[in-house]
Ligand binder design. Structure first.
Ligand code: GAF
Length: 385
């Protein structure tokens, strides 16, 4: 984790004043429940011990000066004129959140922000949600407002949907805002109720970053979401009460699947089976039945690979390597897909062997060194200073 004192010193060096606050929001890894959130279904993510940090101080005017230590770039904008940044991507996450706060009629002053992070970018660990939630929280603390928890998550998701242009669901922002130490969260993405489920102390959640990320991921993600909308529209002709794929059971799909073109049918099959797997996996975790949990992870990966078509050869290889290590309960792609990372559940005593064998196997077969993070379930957003 970056040293909080060093972050504050960087702020002082950049803005010539001490920051008033320092905020942290975590990245996340999803244990199971992929592409179910925007179908109003269930997800089971946990916040990780990698995070984005925002040091901040109010300004007496209406200007925002935002420095990204990772990109060594500064962005400046006026509160009354917030538009998309013409070239860089990262400022739009910040601008979108501030615009969202203004749209909620919160009276804001300008601020100086310094942002730094140890959440890898493009690895499927939701560095963007960590950034949105950290900025939304920090700016509210400066302005004495308290849109917290699920409201903060919705604000951050809105920024990503309408300002950045990714039609993501609520999962990443929700767990960045509400993550719980030692726990994963079973989230019902329809009514946003949730239940923390403890991760047993004798296992580790290990992330393996393939180092491969496809540029078309955003458009492919939006296409998947569009296919789900199409499916609901077609199914509604016979099932008028259906409002989202969450309402469909596996048995309904067998009866009404003839309404769907084959390419849409397999997408729906992933969502419907994944939703059930997520509920089953949450029950298995609650019962500390890690063997059952791991089998559901493996089935989830197969469904993402074959039906939702969001895996890659590198991710499939990482999963195969992981499953060949004794003590690994299960392995699957995590996050939106098209590259990124796998999530693996590994018994404590096998962590070292797992790390060595997967890294060596991946390097031999691809020439790439995977980043492997043994991570701990952490708290959601909070103030460090
Ligand atoms: C990305 C999105 F941001 C989430 O909302 C979710 O849909 C996920 O992909 C897939 O489960 O992380």
């Amino acid at each position: 984790m970056p040293d909080p004192h060093a972050i504050c010193s960087d702020f002082s060096a950049h803005f010539a004043l001490r920051p008033r606050i320092l905020v942290r929001a975590p990245g996340r890894v999803n244990l199971i429940g992929e592409h179910t959130d925007y179908n109003e279904g269930f997800v089971l993510p946990m916040a990780i011990d990698r995070a984005t940090f925002v040091a901040a101080r109010s300004r007496p005017d209406q200007t925002f000066r935002v420095y990204s230590a990772q990109f060594a770039q500064e962005d400046e904008f006026h509160l009354q004129r917030i538009e998309r940044h013409p070239d860089a991507a990262w400022p739009n996450y910040v601008r979108g959140v501030i615009k969202g706060l203004l749209a909620r009629d919160l009276p804001l002053t300008g601020a100086d922000l310094l942002i730094t992070s140890d959440v890898p970018i493009g690895s499927g660990l939701s560095s963007s949600a960590a950034l949105e939630v950290a900025v939304g929280y920090a700016v509210q603390v400066l302005n004495n407002s308290n849109l917290l928890g699920e409201e903060l998550a919705l604000l951050a998701q809105g920024a990503e949907n309408s300002f950045v242009g990714v039609q993501c669901g609520i999962m990443d922002q929700f767990v960045a805002a509400l993550g719980r130490k030692h726990h994963a969260l079973l989230i019902d993405c329809r009514d946003l109720s949730y239940r923390p489920i403890p991760i047993p102390p004798d296992v580790r959640v290990i992330i393996c970053d393939s180092g491969v990320h496809h540029d078309l991921a955003t458009s492919a993600y939006n296409e998947r979401r569009a296919a789900c909308h199409t499916a609901v529209r077609l199914l509604k002709t016979r099932l008028p009460r259906l409002t989202a794929l969450r309402d469909l059971r596996v048995s309904d799909l067998e009866v009404h699947g003839d309404l769907l073109p084959p390419d849409v049918y397999i997408r729906v099959r992933h969502v419907v089976t994944e939703n059930q797997r997520t509920l089953d996996a949450a029950a298995a975790l609650e019962a500390a039945d890690l063997v059952a949990f791991g089998q559901l992870m493996n089935q989830s990966h197969q469904s993402m690979r074959d039906d939702y078509a969001i895996s890659t050869p590198e991710i499939d290889l990482l999963c195969d390597l992981a499953r060949s290590v004794p003590g690994c309960y299960g392995a699957r792609l995590t996050g939106g897909g098209f590259g990124g990372s796998t999530v693996n559940l590994v018994t404590l005593s096998a962590v070292e062997a797992f790390t060595q064998q997967v890294a060596a196997g991946y390097q031999t077969q691809t020439g790439r060194v995977p980043q492997i993070l043994v991570c701990r379930p952490s708290e959601g957003v909070g103030r460090l200073m």
